[in-house]
Structures are given as C-alpha cells and as structure tokens.
Write a protein that binds this ligand. Structure first.
Ligand code: CU
Length: 267
C-alpha cells in the first residue's frame, strides 16, 4: 500500500513538473507586439498549464487503467457493481469549483490591467463635440495623453472592409499606420452588421456594432506589419475581411502622415 502511494505521488509530481516545463517553454502564441500582450499571455500560460495537467493526467490514468484493469483470461461475467462514492463526488466538485473561481478572479484582474474596467465616457477628445454614448471598449488612455498626438483614429467597418479615418490629417486610409510606443485611441463604428477588430499580435479584440460606437485603445511596442482580422462572422466574405496595421518608427509614421494629409477645407 505504501509502495502504491509513493508511485501515485511520484506520478502526480511528474505530471505537474512536465506541465509546468511545457507551459513555460512552449510558446503557441504569435509575437507580443503591444503592452497588452505580456499581460494577456500571463493568463494564457496559467490556463495552458492547467489544461496540460488535466490532459496529461487523464491520459496517464486511461492508459494505466487499460492495462491494470483489463479483462483477464479467467474472468467471466460482469464486473462488480459500483454505485456512488460521496467523498469522491465532493472532491471532484470542490477542486474544479476552486479552479474556476480562481481563474475567474484572475481573468478579471487581467482585464482590469488591460484597461477593460476603465470609465469609457470620459471627455474623449473625438467625442467632446457631442455627448455620444460609448457602449463598450478597452480604454487605457486618459484625455491628455490623446490630445498631444495625432492618434485619434476613427474606424469604420463594413461588409467587407475596414476603413481608417485620421481626422487630424483629414484623410481616410485602408491601412492602419501607427507609430511605435505611443498610445492609439480608436473610435469604431459599423455601417452594417456586427464586426470585430482583432489583432492577434496585440492580444486585443473589440466588437464593432452598428449604432453603438465602441472604443479601443492600445500601445504597440514592436515595429512591423500585423494582420487586422474581422473576428465576427459578418457575411459570405467574412473570411476575406482583413486589413493590415503597420507599426513604424515615429519619423516614418510622420512622413506617411504628412504625405497623406489633406489641407483643411473651410466652408
Ligand atoms: Cu466583418
């Protein structure tokens, strides 16, 4: 019996050790290209490790049972009838409840750190002219930070494209350009159905809803070109609804911005 317990403890320790090793050494996610990415990846790592512990543990239990409890030659008829095991049922209810509760609290904390719990209807620069209700979004920017740069962008989503309006430059672009290491604030509206703005490398995703503007703020941290993908099934060409975000050095961004800038038309 003692021997058996030692094997059990050893196996469980091994499952934990392997799961933690894989969790910390195998990266399944794309590059981390925004300040949200490392925060999000913390949560993913924890979920991945929990998943690995369950997956490896279950696989070992199934394979062990297949051999250990297989039908022997001298065994005929049915096995013994088992019915109920109160302590086992309590254990397998309490452990998952605790895990789910902790994941819930931790997710809340992660979402809060990403700016998901911030007040949305502050005097956002683009909205100061009308007191329009902002319905949802991820905010991590205060008004002052937005006012000092040109990075208030208006996103229009439609079947099946994204358009980016730069109000300060008075132009519209099909490609989203932003400078690295600066906060970007986007107000997003849909012209038809529900779409979603998703940049996997930034670990951000926000629905774009007709008639209900949403905002999305982010700070890119790595120069490069990343895909913008519509993440809400929005029609037959939903799969082709993609755009690109180009994160560039500030000087390159300014050059691009000034090249596209149109003079203000005073009527
Ligand atoms: Cu779409």
């Amino acid at each position: 019996m003692l021997n058996k317990n030692i094997y059990l403890i050893l196996t469980i320790s091994l499952v934990f050790a392997i799961s933690f090793w894989i969790g910390f050494n195998v990266n399944l996610l794309p590059t981390e290209a925004s300040i949200n990415a490392p925060i999000y990846d913390e949560l993913f790592k924890i979920l991945f490790i929990i998943g690995l512990i369950i997956f490896i543990g279950m696989t070992i239990a199934v394979i062990y049972s297949l051999f250990r409890f297989r039908k022997r030659n001298d065994q005929i008829g049915d096995g013994i009838a088992l019915e109920g095991n109160l302590s086992l049922e309590i254990v397998w209810t309490i452990i998952p409840s605790i895990i789910v509760l902790l994941i819930g609290l931790y997710s809340y904390n992660i979402y809060d750190r990403m700016g998901g719990m911030k007040e949305l209807n502050h005097n956002h620069e683009m909205m100061s002219s009308n007191s329009e209700k902002i319905w949802a979004g991820i905010s991590q920017t205060s008004d002052n930070e937005i006012a000092i740069n040109n990075l208030s962008i208006e996103v229009s989503a439609m079947q099946f494209a994204f358009l980016f309006n730069y109000p300060k430059g008075n132009f519209i672009s099909g490609e989203l350009h932003v400078p690295v290491d600066q906060k970007v604030s986007m107000k997003m509206e849909s012209k038809d159905v529900i779409h979603a703005f998703w940049v996997p490398e930034f670990r951000i995703k926000q629905d774009i809803i007709p008639g209900q503007p949403t905002i999305l703020n982010f700070t890119p941290t790595k120069v490069g070109k990343y895909p913008i993908i519509c993440a809400e099934l929005c029609g037959p060409y939903h799969g082709g609804m993609r755009a690109s975000i180009i994160v560039e050095e500030e000087s390159d961004y300014n050059e691009w911005f000034n090249k596209n800038k149109k003079p203000e038309v005073n009527l």
